[in-house]
Design a binder for this molecule. Sequence first.
Ligand code: NI
Length: 201
Amino acid sequence: MANNFSQLARKSKANSPIEKVPKEQKRPPSLEIYKLGDDVLRENAKRISKVDNSIRILAKEMLQSMYAAKGIGLAAPQIGIKKELLVIDVNFENASADPLILINPEITNYGTTLNSYEEGCLSIPGVYLNVIRPSTIKLRFRDEMGRPRKMKADGLLARCIQHEMDHLKGVLFVDRVTSKEDLNKELMKEGFHQKDVMPIN
Ligand code: NI
């Protein structure tokens, strides 16, 4: 019996959801976040076929690093892992709001309204520029327990999801900036190089 119980305990632990990650992180990010110019940011991520404990551990580490770096989103390719995994928290100032963990996200619908808003990225620190994107989206994804989910997003959340999903295709927000003059000025100011931008238009 004791043996069965310990097996059960182990099993339940292996399938347990991610425990809450504190949003106030005192230490610097534990994971290295790659920067504009690093080739790994330009590669395609692969779908996650099985959402298991290793994925949940990875998501938890990504949340810790995202909060420590004061970001609102982090994609696995930014830490050099080519998997379709994103963590997002646009409610970082609200300690009790749950973050979003998106696995294999797919946008199923884009709204027809576009808007322009200033974006930044933990992989291009100090650079903030306006990007035009659809203001609403619908998407489907798997959550950290592997359950299929659907959601609608607008405002900052819709923008953040689109920005993070770009990372899964090796696209960075600077690739979408239409004002080349602003782009160069802003990159140079932070010691980044225009040659590392891959414009999509
Ligand atoms: Ni980013």
